[in-house]
Ligand binder design. Structure first.
Ligand SMILES: [Fe+2]
Length: 252
């Protein structure tokens, strides 16, 4: 099966990204430099200081190039072949998880804290809950999620949880609910998510620096708890390039 076929069927594909060493080294160095200026009470530190969201932390350009280190030739071409040509890249996110994640620090209600622990905080990017009623609309469309581990990611240190094939449930449900015209999709989203939990397999993405994970934009995913012994934090860089509109996002 080709990577394109795997991606279409499962909603994700893992592959080796040869030649990534220099970029990873630069990303580690720049992440450390950025984090040296981040106070412990920074709003992107969540879950009792066990997760730093890390939005826009890397100073890469639209091609992903960091100062002195380009992405290896062929990586974005491969991504484009699998999921469609990417729009220009944004400054990459670096998600940092520390031992004990997720610590319940009381900032989430008990149901949300349970959902984070038991269901890995599963979500589809771009369909965030808003306001006290937690209503959802598609309002942050982007092309895909490309994950590049900066550290070894194992079953023990908060791997990325994905639900295999969930893009084929979530995407059509949101389209049918009128996401294209800005409709409130809260009920459709919850119903589709429930179907996914009841019928599809949860898979944990683990890997080493030099691996790449490509997720379909409609794939249900989240971060599994840190269940291993305490060890150094683990970091994963993510590219989620923005799409111009929700209609483009809704395409399968
Ligand atoms: Fe996400």
């Amino acid at each position: 099966m080709t990577p394109e076929e795997t991606f279409r069927r499962d909603g994700f594909v893992r592959f080796a990204a040869p030649g990534l060493e220099a970029w990873l080294a630069a990303a580690r160095r720049l992440t450390a430099a950025a984090m040296a200026c981040v106070p412990a009470d920074h709003p992107q530190w969540r879950c009792g200081g066990t997760w730093f969201v890390g939005l826009d932390i890397l100073p890469n350009d639209g091609s992903g190039m960091l100062p002195g280190a380009a992405l290896p030739p062929g990586l974005l071409e491969k991504v484009g072949k699998i999921s469609g040509s990417p729009p220009p890249l944004h400054p990459a996110q670096v998600s940092i998880v520390r031992p004990g994640y997720p610590v319940d620090d009381g900032s989430e209600n008990p149901a949300a804290a349970r959902f984070r622990r038991n269901r890995a905080g599963a979500h589809v990017d771009g369909v965030r809950p808003r306001g006290p009623e937690k209503r959802r609309r598609v309002e942050d469309p982007h092309a895909f999620v490309l994950g590049l581990p900066l550290d070894s990611v194992t079953e023990g240190n908060a791997p990325l949880a994905v639900w295999k094939g969930s893009h084929l449930v979530m995407g059509p449900a949101l389209a049918d609910a009128g996401a294209a015209v800005g409709a409130d999709v809260t009920e459709a989203y919850k119903e589709a998510r429930k179907t996914v939990f009841e019928t599809l397999e949860r898979v944990h993405l683990t890997g080493e620096p030099g691996d790449a994970w490509l997720l379909h934009r409609h794939l249900l995913h989240g971060v599994a708890p840190w269940i291993g012994p305490p060890a150094a934090e683990r970091r994963v860089a993510y590219f989620r390039p923005e799409l111009p509109d929700v209609a483009a996002w809704l395409r399968p």
